[in-house]
Ligand binder design. Structure first.
Ligand code: RBF
Length: 351
């Protein structure tokens, strides 16, 4: 029995070692600082994606912005590393990138990244970080830029409530709007969810928010299931902040005649007639501009900046033909007026 055990287990072990040898260089391929001509490049930047890019426009915009800035200068090399959805693996993977010593800068985006970068920075103080969508100040190796998502969620809640109140969706006149999030996190629970509800109650104090959590950032089946239940319970409009799970919510809304509000990018084209609003972040611009500042030597490490509508980083897309075709001119005029009040400083919203 003992012999048999060894003869069957040994090939598995060999296989595991071979797999490791094959896969490790794939993950760390970004560590080789060479350009296409085989020359060592002068500046190497890693874009660390805490999740996967597909289905999460906030990450797609991050990579695009950094690549655009890097592409403008021949001596700059940009590597994109997707860390996957297992959040427990993010810190070891970030540590491995810093430990490689191969990157002049690690760029990332996520509210949980500042704490992880701070821990990595304690071990590798020379490693520089540029972090968007998160906040930490006082570490000379870390610069952060966070968006005013109080504004972004207020803008979304305002149009969601106007559409629900108008009563032209399959749900009829409704004083309930939904929000689907991938998971609960401080920026969601203390900024976005309250601002979304506050905006709806500015339309009518009777408005309620049905808040649901998928539990991950990819399960479209769960997204559809939650959205269907929310619509059955009277939500006429649902704000989607759930990454790849949004796809299921859009599908459910389109099948039942409800509407969704898209977050972070222009989503009207995803399902024309169903997507009735796009409250966006210009994360591609932020990633581009901050990477440029790093390359120019002017990125103020140690600082935490917060940007919003007035700075041009938070906005709502009003000129898309699908928005104009889907939303009545009365509601569009009211939404325009809200945006004017925020831009002019007449309405100041918390972040
Ligand atoms: N947003 C996404 O679109 N996709 C993701 O995979 C994703 N993962 C996240 C993981 C954590 C731990 C946290 C705190 C947030 C995540 N977000 C994700 C939300 C993202 O940071 C941002 O709040 C939303 O995109 C709204 O702008």
């Amino acid at each position: 029995m003992q012999r048999l055990f060894y003869t069957t287990r040994l090939p598995e072990k060999v296989l595991a070692v071979i797999l490791m040898l094959v896969l490790l260089p794939v993950f760390f391929s970004g560590c080789v600082k060479r350009d296409s001509a085989g020359q060592t490049s002068q500046v190497s930047i890693a874009v660390f994606i805490p999740g996967v890019m597909s289905g999460s426009p906030i990450y797609e915009m991050l990579a695009q912005g950094v690549q655009k800035a890097g592409g403008e200068q021949p001596q700059v090399e940009v590597q994109v590393v997707e860390a996957g959805y297992t959040q427990a693996e993010w810190e070891p993977k970030l540590t491995a990138l810093a430990a490689s010593g191969s990157y002049d800068l690690i760029v990332s985006s996520n509210p949980s990244l500042p704490a992880l970068a701070q821990a990595v920075s304690a071990k590798f103080p020379d490693q520089k970080f540029l972090l968007l969508d998160g906040e930490i100040s006082g570490n000379p190796a870390i610069y952060t830029m966070r968006y005013n998502q109080g504004e972004q969620a207020y803008i979304a809640g305002h149009i969601a409530a106007l559409i629900a109140q108008e009563g032209k969706t399959s749900v009829g006149v409704s004083k309930k709007i939904g929000l689907i999030a991938g998971q609960e996190y401080p920026a969601m629970n203390t900024i976005m969810l309250p601002a979304y509800g506050e905006a709806a109650r500015s339309i009518d104090p009777a408005f309620q928010v049905d808040f649901r959590v998928v539990g991950n950032w990819f399960d479209a089946g769960k997204g559809a299931e939650l959205a269907l239940d929310m619509i059955r319970n009277g939500s006429a409009v649902i704000l989607c902040v759930a990454g790849g799970a949004n796809e299921g919510a859009v599908q459910a809304a389109s099948e039942t005649g409800a509407k969704v509000i898209w977050f972070d990018t222009n989503g009207y084209g995803i399902r024309p007639g169903t997507v009735a609003g796009s409250a966006i972040l210009r994360q591609d611009l932020a990633a581009y501009e901050q990477t440029r500042r790093f390359l120019d030597g002017t990125l103020p490490f140690g600082k935490a900046e917060i940007v919003g509508v007035k700075d041009g980083y938070v906005d709502f897309i009003e000129d898309d033909p699908d928005y104009i075709a889907t939303v009545s001119s009365e509601i569009r005029a009211k939404q325009s007026e809200l945006l004017r009040r925020i831009r002019s400083g007449e309405l100041v919203l918390g972040d």
